[in-house]
Design a protein around this ligand. Structure first.
Ligand SMILES: [Zn+2]
Length: 238
């Protein structure tokens, strides 16, 4: 007879008149039954209702959504061609209340560089909308990013060649970026800085490389740098 069968038969004959030794055996069997009850009935029920029982936690569905978003975001910074050796991130505002990749592209394609050559189109690599012209917080990569071309945004040869140009729609001399814009920018900066080993000190405002008010006095550059440096490993060296 196996041990389990012995325990079952002991549980079946447990009575009030049992000896202490029998009661100990009976107790062990009761524990087994309770454990089985917990494993087979209570635990699955807890798991099933966990979203309702623990409202302070995000639900599985929400968590799955976050992971989906996180796993889909990197595809935006991936390109089909080898990635250029980016070293800086240069941040801009559009200086306008509304705008989109298309409206900026339409303006920039009419410009010429210092040698008189026409621009290929929008000078930035990424644009983040503010709800006017593009959805608030929406991120769009331009042809310069997709083809890993150098930018035309910095007014500085080194920062055009090695700097990823990101433009947020808005005039941050007058109003601050929206919460959604900053959330998108933070996410993008984390991805870019970790992928290309960009140091948080090398995230610069346009005004650091050329005489301009861009990206505006209300742009929270220092907070963004602190966020990036606290979110990434201490050393970003390759
Ligand atoms: Zn600028």
């Amino acid at each position: 007879m196996s041990k389990d069968v012995v325990r079952q038969s002991e549980a079946a004959v447990c009575r009030s008149g049992d000896t202490p030794r029998q009661r100990i055996r009976c107790g062990a069997s009761t524990t087994d039954v309770l454990l089985s009850l917990f494993c087979l009935v209570i635990f699955p029920l807890l798991t099933f209702f966990e979203d309702e029982l623990r409202p302070w936690m995000i639900s599985r569905k929400t968590a799955a959504g976050l992971f989906d978003r996180q796993s889909s975001s990197p595809s935006l910074i991936r390109t089909d061609i080898p990635q250029a050796p980016w070293k800086f991130v240069v941040l801009h505002h559009s200086g306008t209340e509304s705008g989109s990749v298309q409206t900026i592209h339409a303006q920039h394609i009419r410009r010429r560089d210092s040698a008189g050559n026409p621009w290929k189109g929008i000078g930035y690599h990424f644009v983040i909308g503010n709800g006017s012209g593009m959805r608030d917080g929406a991120l769009e990569a331009t042809f310069r990013w997709k083809q890993q071309l150098q930018g035309a945004h910095a007014g500085n040869a080194l920062y055009n060649a090695r700097g990823i140009g990101i433009c947020l729609i808005g005039n941050f001399e007058k109003t601050a970026p929206t919460t959604a814009q900053l959330a998108t920018l933070q996410n993008l900066l984390i991805q870019l800085c970790s992928r290309f080993h960009v140091n948080s000190d090398d995230i610069v405002g346009h005004s650091a490389v050329r005489r301009t008010a861009c990206p505006g006095r209300l742009f929270p550059l220092q907070q963004l740098r602190r966020f990036v440096s606290s979110s990434l490993p201490a050393s970003t060296a390759p």
